[in-house]
Write a protein that binds this ligand. Structure first.
Ligand SMILES: Nc1ncnc2c1ncn2[C@@H]1O[C@H](COP(=O)(O)OP(=O)(O)OP(=O)(O)O)[C@@H](O)[C@H]1O
Length: 342
């Protein structure tokens, strides 16, 4: 549990935050540039003035930053330039006192696939490689509350999703809580269970990430991304596709390896979904999911449909003309064809 009461006069507005995070594993902080996200992180970690902060019901505001059990990874975290990647990691493992997790150097290296980089001079690393090494070092500091400011902004999307999946696995395995700042709602929605939306120094929305993200998308007149959890059944070598089973469902999808390599969630944009009331028979698409129409609402002259696939949510968009001709109503069984997965 984290409880904060912060006040700090900033250049154009005041950071004025009263926040209670009861139960979360990975919380995201989202907001426009300059809304106070980094300042909030600095306050939690103890780098900014005296504020009222409780972590796990214990006041920590009187403690210096190195005694709070928190690691803050800022946006441009320096590495030791005179040590190679292995040296940077070994130094952290050796010198960080009061480690609360027993995560080993080898475990971090394996999880983040850093083996090929170990002998590299840190000046020769690309931006994305550097961010992965910095994150590995953060993990090796061994704290149970880790705060990350734009940690993976330099990674391409497939690698970013893969690294976020690794982060979620490490969080679960070592019981670590993360607070992550990002400009990307897609990134936060992918990995966070809780979202906090900041604007001009104030929390304007807070809650489960699916609900807060939906509200932010609606406010921007956008349709939310759909994320489907799955289990892999098998890899079909003949066609180079994975057979996936939707979690808590009997329904299957067939996807290319690149979709699976991104981690345990399938990311589906609304444009990839078309729906019909009758099960398509003559279709080249093998990816058809049976779903129930939960809700339809007008977003910027189109209709956004919320569909339930055995407990998971899909969002798709219909033009007003198609919606008017469809006669779909809440509770209807519909068939969603998902395109461009194979
Ligand atoms: N120590 C300070 N004193 C006064 N104003 C500050 C201080 N630190 C930051 N600010 C101002 O507070 C505002 C919020 O800054 P902050 O870096 O927290 O925003 P942010 O949401 O993290 O932005 P970005 O997404 O661009 O990194 C900015 O206008 C910044 O100029």
């Amino acid at each position: 549990m984290i409880k904060l009461t912060l006040f700090k006069a900033l250049n154009n507005f005041d950071l004025d935050i009263n926040l209670q995070l009861e139960s979360f594993n990975i919380a995201g902080v989202f907001g426009p540039s300059g809304s106070g996200k980094s300042t909030l992180l600095r306050c939690i970690s103890g780098l900014e003035g005296k504020q009222s902060i409780y972590i796990n019901n214990q006041p920590v505001h009187h403690l210096p930053s190195d005694k709070r059990g928190v690691t803050l990874q800022v946006q441009s975290c320096p590495l030791f330039p005179h040590l190679d990647v292995a040296g940077n990691l070994a130094f952290t493992q050796k010198h960080c006192a009061n480690r609360e997790t027993n995560i080993s150097e080898q475990e971090v290296i394996t999880a983040l696939e850093l083996q090929p980089l170990l002998k590299r001079n840190v000046q020769s690393l690309s931006g994305g490689e550097r961010q992965r090494v910095v994150f590995a070092r953060t993990m090796l500091a061994g704290q149970k509350l880790i705060i990350l400011d734009e940690p993976f902004s330099a990674l391409d999307w497939p690698l970013r999703f893969k690294t976020l999946t690794t982060l979620s696995e490490l969080a679960a395995k070592f019981n670590i809580k993360f607070i992550i700042v990002s400009h990307s709602l897609k990134e936060l929605l992918f990995c966070c269970d809780t979202l906090i939306q900041l604007e001009k120094g104030k929390v304007i929305n807070q809650g489960t990430s699916a609900l807060v993200a939906k509200a932010i998308y609606a406010n921007n007149k956008q349709t939310p991304l759909s994320l489907l959890n799955y289990d892999i059944i098998k890899f079909d070598e003949k066609y180079a596709v994975y057979h996936l089973l939707i979690k808590q469902s009997e329904q299957q999808l067939f996807v290319s390896p690149s979709a699976v390599e991104q981690g345990g969630k399938l990311i589906i944009e609304s444009e990839q979904i078309s729906i019909s009331a009758i099960k398509p028979i003559l279709t080249e698409h093998s990816n058809i999911l049976v779903c129930i129409l939960i809700n339809a609402e007008m977003i910027d002259s189109n209709w956004q449909l919320t569909l339930n696939v055995d407990g998971q949510t899909l969002y798709c968009l219909l033009s007003a003309r198609v919606w008017d001709q469809s006669n779909y109503k809440e509770g209807d069984t519909l068939y969603a064809a998902i395109h461009n997965l194979e």
